[in-house]
Design a protein. Structure first.
Length: 63
C-alpha cells in the first residue's frame, strides 16, 4: 500500500508466513508540514503498530 502527497510518501508492506506477520513501513518527508505531521506519529509509532497487530490477530483468529 502506498500513499503519496506533496507533504510525504508512505509505503507499507504486510507479509505473512504461517502465523508470523511482518509489517514494514517507509516514509519520505517532503517539507516542513510533513515533518511536523510525523513528530507525533514517530513518538506513538510503537503503540500504533502494536494496536494494528492486535487487531489483525483478532481478525485472523475469528475467521
Amino acid at each position: 500500500m502506498s500513499v503519496r502527497d506533496r507533504h510525504l510518501d508512505v509505503m507499507t508492506w504486510l507479509s505473512a508466513r504461517g502465523r508470523t506477520y511482518t509489517v514494514t513501513s517507509s516514509v519520505k518527508v517532503h517539507n516542513l508540514f510533513g515533518r511536523l505531521y510525523m513528530l507525533p506519529v514517530a513518538i506513538a509509532h510503537r503503540a500504533i503498530v502494536a494496536a494494528d497487530l492486535r487487531r489483525l490477530k483478532k481478525m485472523t483468529s475469528t475467521g
